[in-house]
Write a protein that binds this ligand. Structure first.
Ligand code: DI6
Ligand code: FE
Length: 410
């Protein structure tokens, strides 16, 4: 990326700007004939081009009529893991269910074994390819979860890969501790003891090391129950760590209500979410994260209650859920496409789901996900006439460049 050196005032002209600012009276917050003025990492102002006063020698970048959106934000991924699950996918295509495969020691457990086996370099090299695919789709912020190590050493290894990638790639990584993804074999039949191990050992140690910024848990019949969740959330809250959950993907045991109780960042999947839980969410800051690629790959048939989420004004985000078992798709554009076709989101809701609301799901809503004064200068630049074309055609990618913290490859 060529650098617009930090602190330098830069003027970006001739873009069709989809600000995603809800205060602008257009579903994409569209602005025409306006210029974005940045200083280093920040947007200083967006002003009518005719009012611009450009000093001699001041850097000006011409978007040439391209569409400019906030950099995309993929707020839920499991990008770092060993091995793959192609053979299990074939089993599923031959008739076995995800739950049956998990019960036979397949599923998440097989990826845990492969991740423990893999060394740092292997994990790093595999992940950087996936990250490149996300970046190639316009991503400037990505959440990455642990959750395939399931012990102190291997959860640390996973999160250290995320930290190393943060140094190498022009992208903002939001790391999440998902040690409560599954019960590891050392704790077989003792899920409560494993939750204690996370609360007393894994979480405080890795938080102290600065390796993650939020805590996640898989709340399901086949994973952790509400009591275990409450224990984890209380321990996280005592350390001032925000919480979130995988909830109502396969069953509804009240997970989203528990996330609401702790004013969590997000509740994710939520195909089986009910109206009473939505009412609880509506009073909180929590974002409902929709993961249409996992829904598609599992051939689920129950769609999330989008109409009720709209009714109660719960903000909806959209993410890839990239993982080896249920969503091997590093394509945010495909996720937005399928959020529309499979879940009935409008294109503007889908784009808000990968920008403004995804920022909120990561606690970054005051600095990312919109183009407005005071926000970070993170842009995705698209060779399209209207926003829907960002994810209309899959195969030909209309992204022509990204700006990340003011540094541009456009
Ligand atoms: N739900 C999911 O879709 C992923 N994790 C989760 O809790 C799947 C993870 C996997 O199958 O490896
Ligand atoms: Fe997930």
């Amino acid at each position: 990326m060529s650098k617009h050196t930090s602190g330098e005032r830069t003027i970006w002209v001739n873009g069709l700007i989809a600000t995603m600012n809800p205060e602008i009276d257009d579903q994409y917050g569209l602005l025409r004939d306006q210029a974005i003025v940045t200083e280093g990492h920040r947007i200083v102002e967006i002003v009518p081009q005719e009012d611009l006063k450009i000093a001699a020698g001041q850097p000006v970048v011409d978007f040439g009529g391209a569409l400019v959106t906030p950099g995309l934000i993929d707020c839920h991924t499991h990008l770092i893991f060993g091995g793959d699950r192609a053979a299990e996918w074939e089993m599923r295509l031959n008739g076995a269910s995800y739950t049956e495969i998990a019960a036979k020691g397949g599923g998440i457990s097989s990826t845990v074994a492969a991740t423990r086996e893999a060394d740092f370099e292997t994990l790093y090299n595999r992940t950087i390819q996936r990250l490149a695919a996300l970046v190639g789709d316009g991503v400037t912020t990505v959440e990455i979860k642990s959750g395939y190590g399931l012990d102190l050493e291997n959860e640390r290894k996973t999160l250290e890969v995320a930290a190393a990638l943060q140094e190498e790639v022009a992208v903002d990584i939001s790391p999440t501790l998902l040690s409560a993804h599954s019960v590891p074999k050392e704790f077989a039949g003792r899920p409560d003891d494993y939750i204690d191990e996370i609360c007393n050992n894994i979480m405080p140690a890795l938080y102290e090391e600065g390796l993650f910024e939020a805590v996640d848990i898989f709340i399901e019949n086949i994973a952790f129950n509400l009591e275990q969740t409450e224990k984890l959330f209380k321990a996280a809250t005592a350390l001032n760590i925000p919480v979130k959950a995988h909830s109502e993907q396969l069953s509804n045991i009240g997970g989203s209500g528990m996330v609401a109780k702790f004013d969590g960042l997000s509740t994710d999947h939520i195909e089986r979410l009910d109206e009473d839980s939505i009412k609880l969410l509506s009073e909180k800051r929590t974002v409902a994260v929709l993961l249409p690629l996992a829904f598609y790959f599992l051939k689920d048939t129950i769609i999330p209650p989008v109409e009720l989420l709209r009714k109660y004004k719960v903000p909806m985000a959209v993410s890839t859920d990239f993982n080896p078992g249920t969503s091997p798709f590093a394509s945010p554009r495909l996720a937005m496409n399928m959020a529309c076709t499979l879940f009935g989101l409008t294109p503007a809701e889908a784009l808000a789901g990968m920008t403004r609301n995804a920022a909120r799901a990561l606690g970054r809503e005051s600095i990312q996900g919109q183009l407005k004064a005071g926000y970070q200068a993170n842009f995705a630049i698209w060779d399209v006439e209207r926003p829907v074309e960002i994810f209309y055609e899959i195969g030909r990618n209309p992204l022509v460049g990204r700006v990340f913290l003011g540094a541009s490859d456009f």
